[in-house]
Design a protein. Structure first.
Length: 540
């Protein structure tokens, strides 16, 4: 029929089956029986996903009509001939013919996916709030506990140091013990430590509590993102993973909103209530996560196929089974994360760490010391409060825009443009620190919007570029190593403002951002619209 080879995707499944032809949801599925293998040839009819200006490119419309007619006829014949009694769960049952998509990667999104998105993204909202709330309280805390510049920097950076530790711990434990158990650990840590912050009486105590909070955040990132990426269909994976970053910045904005409100209502001692306020978010997230099932992909990787089958049917419906997974339903030989890096994934890990570090160092430095940074630009009083609110809100806007564009621009183009334009904004700020207040706030806003692309990709790239058995460990290592630079940068901000001045501080931030740009140009891969197996493969 003259079908262009580029329009055909072939997938192999080790399970017998009869001839099946399905037409559904913009795709023609043509399947035929082989002795032991069922090859599925998928022909794209949707220009939405493949960018085709005409259906089937060179295929004539009459040929398409004949193909559709034969598919429908064969589907009706097959539904009458395939028996419902099957001893092997790997064999396609007749109930599967009622499913519009045969593969979980292509399954329609359902209520469970929406609920899981809320459960996971609630963690990012909580993280953004609990990490940013110190910026609101730090001025009063410093006065009440007599903290000098060194201890101000240590308290601000303590959570980032904890993230460094927690990322390694959480990523490794998530791959060994499963996603479900660790999914409940971080909100419990946040709840206990947030309440304990109400009674702190020294800088050392506050430093230790926020260090433990950081460990909880380090655990949260790999487990929550692994949960999302391993359940979501491919079409929704990028936007949903990007969306969680929106909620991180939304949590940060809420921290400044509620923190300033509490400070205004309760006076000088309000910093204790401000630091304890994340306990409310932690309790809500903990309650929402109770009842979340284990990841089917993780269960398969451990050889627990029966449990994986139950999870698949619970999530996708009784018509789905292990046969619908695009991975082999067998246990995979355990490999350490370091052996995986040596096998060819090392350059990917290096790219993740470099781009992630360059994306977060300026952001965390700004968030931890927004009042100090704006004061260095001579924005004080009402201008400082207004500027803090606007900047944090525009970070949210930037992530929202990036979420909408992630499947249109692709991962690589988005990362390059994000670093380019945000770096230029910081560069102009470095030489405009004596200009008008409106120009300064505009440049900060420009940076906040354009850095959104790099921020949302922090959860997308690590989860797409590594296989299931080490996915959480990769996310954890990326989280940990990127926070080394972020912690150093955050600790150094008050020292830099005092010794180097605001202009040189902004110039250093611009240089870091341009290093991220160089890494993106030479190393960033494209994984848009790929299955998890294809995106993680080294053979593409």
């Amino acid at each position: 029929m003259g079908i262009p080879p580029g329009n055909i995707a072939c997938r192999k499944f080790v399970c017998p089956g009869d001839a099946i032809a399905l037409l559904s949801d913009g795709y023609v599925y043509t399947q035929w029986k082989c002795q032991r293998a069922l090859f599925v040839h998928t022909l794209a009819l949707s220009s939405r996903n493949h960018g085709a200006p005409n259906h089937l490119h060179s295929m004539h419309a009459t040929s398409v009509a004949r193909l559709i007619s034969r598919c429908r006829a064969r589907r009706q014949h097959t539904k009458r001939t395939i028996t419902k009694q099957s001893q092997n769960p790997g064999i396609y049952r007749s109930e599967l013919l009622r499913q519009p998509n045969l593969f979980i990667e292509d399954a329609p999104i359902n209520r469970f996916h929406h609920l899981l998105t809320v459960r996971a993204s609630g963690g990012w909202l909580m993280d953004g709030y609990i990490l940013s709330i110190i910026g609101v309280a730090l001025t009063r805390v410093s006065s009440a506990l007599a903290l000098d510049n060194f201890w101000q920097g240590m308290v601000a950076a303590s959570a980032l140091i904890g993230i460094f530790l927690g990322g390694f711990i959480g990523g490794s434990l998530t791959d060994k013990l499963g996603r479900k158990k660790l999914f409940l650990a971080s909100p419990i840590i946040f709840l206990v430590c947030s309440v304990a912050q109400y009674w702190v009486d020294s800088g050392v105590t506050l430093f230790l509590l926020r260090l433990i909070i950081g460990i909880g955040v380090g655990i949260e990132y790999p487990v929550a993102s692994a949960m999302l990426v391993e359940f979501l269909p491919a079409r929704y994976r990028g936007p949903r993973l990007a969306m969680v970053q929106i909620l991180w910045f939304a949590g940060a904005a809420l921290a400044y909103l509620f923190g300033n409100l509490i400070s205004a209502c309760f006076g000088d001692d309000s910093w204790r209530l401000v630091l304890a306020s994340p306990a409310l978010f932690a309790a809500a997230v903990l309650a929402a996560r109770i009842g979340t099932p284990e990841s089917a992909r993780w269960l398969i990787s451990k050889g627990r196929n029966a449990e994986a089958e139950q999870v698949i049917q619970r999530v996708y419906g009784a018509g789905y089974s292990l046969a619908n997974m695009a991975i082999a339903a067998c246990a995979k030989k355990h490999a350490s994360f370091m052996s995986v890096l040596r096998s060819g994934y090392g350059p990917r890990m290096f790219f993740i760490v470099v781009f992630w570090t360059c994306a977060v160092v300026p952001v965390f430095a700004v968030y931890a010391f927004v009042p100090k940074v704006l004061a260095a630009f001579e924005l004080k009083g009402g201008w400082a409060d207004f500027g803090s609110t606007v900047i944090t809100s525009l970070f949210v806007v930037g992530c929202i825009v990036a979420t909408q564009l992630i499947n249109r621009l692709g991962r690589r183009r988005m990362l390059i443009h994000s670093f380019l334009w945000s770096g230029l904004a910081l560069l102009v700020l470095a030489f405009s620190h004596q200009d008008s207040k409106f120009l300064i706030l505009s440049l900060f806003g420009f940076y906040a919007v354009f850095i959104g692309g790099a921020q949302v990709l922090q959860t997308v790239y690590p989860n797409e570029l590594f296989p299931t058995e080490v996915r959480a460990a990769a996310m954890g290592m990326g989280t940990s190593l990127s926070r080394v630079g972020a912690a150093i940068g955050t600790w150094y901000v008050p020292v830099s403002l005092q010794s180097l001045g605001i202009g040189n501080t902004m110039l250093a931030a611009a240089v870091i951002t341009f290093v991220g740009l160089i890494a993106a140009i030479f190393m960033a891969p494209e994984t848009c619209n790929m299955s998890l197996e294809s995106a993680a493969s080294l053979e593409r």
